[in-house]
Design a protein around this ligand. Structure first.
Ligand code: CDP
Ligand code: CDP
Length: 219
């Protein structure tokens, strides 16, 4: 069984994907973490994620592996777990920049499909329903207003960054959505057969219940 969850930044994709995976005892694959890890690896090598030529020349030497430890996903670059370092605003932007490069995407999509061939999965990202798993059993497109999404990210960030600026977060989110939805190859787009869930006025539990209900009502 394959469940595809797509949508823009901060819409609640990973929250619902993790909960559904736990309920159904499926593996959860956060594909965003793979783009983030790729951006991190390039920055570590002194390469700007937007520098297509340099990224392409470093690509054959990029070794990425997905492992599951204690029930959660880790992304290994050259055998080293980089998961703790990939959730910064710099890496968010870098991930969106590197995600424009088709050759990089194809390499990650191969890995994503390998996971889907091996396990029942809930996968979240931008192009899962449209490109990675076009035959997924269930497809959801999770969204919310930019302000609400910025508010959610602000509340998360405030713990570690007391002077986080909600207006800046909103601008960053809107810029990233634009890069993601206007790139030529596998852009952020709702699949024709995906169920649209607007979570602007829904809390975590309501979204989880709604999506889980649609799945269990159909199987
Ligand atoms: O994966 P994505 O970027 O789409 O979003 P997320 O990481 O699942 O959710 C971003 C934040 O919004 C998390 O802190 C969630 O707890 C929160 N959230 C919420 O407040 N209300 C929802 N309906 C869904 C998520
Ligand atoms: O958690 P959040 O929604 O902020 O972002 P993410 O899911 O971790 O993804 C980070 C970036 O990776 C996105 O802005 C996209 O540019 C890229 N991405 C993608 O292009 N395709 C995917 N399937 C997943 C992520």
């Amino acid at each position: 069984m394959k469940i595809a969850i797509d949508g823009p930044a901060g819409a609640g994709k990973s929250t619902v994907a993790k909960a559904v995976a736990r309920k159904m005892k499926f593996n959860y694959l956060d594909t965003g973490a793979m783009y983030r890890a790729a951006a991190y690896a390039m920055i570590e090598r002194g390469i700007e994620p937007s520098d297509r030529e340099k990224v392409l020349s470093a690509l054959p030497g990029l070794s990425m592996k997905i492992v599951y430890k204690g029930g959660s996903q880790k992304v290994l670059i050259d055998g080293r777990d980089v998961t703790p370092y990939i959730r910064t605003p710099q890496i968010s932007k870098g991930a969106s920049d590197i995600a424009v490069i088709p050759e990089l995407r194809l390499k990650l999509v191969d890995l994503q499909r390998e996971v889907a061939n091996e396990y029942d999965v809930v996968m979240d990202g931008r192009d899962i329903g449209t490109y990675v798993l076009p035959d997924a059993d269930f497809k959801f497109f999770i969204t919310a207003s930019p302000r609400e999404r910025a508010k959610r990210r602000y509340l998360e960030l405030k713990e570690t960054v007391p002077d986080a600026d909600i207006d800046q977060i909103e601008r960053d989110i809107i810029a990233r959505d634009k890069t993601d939805s206007t790139r030529e190859f596998a852009p952020l787009r709702q699949a024709e057969d995906a169920v649209l869930v607007d979570t602007t006025d829904l809390n975590r539990e309501q979204v989880i219940e709604l999506v889980s209900g649609m799945i269990s009502g159909a199987v």
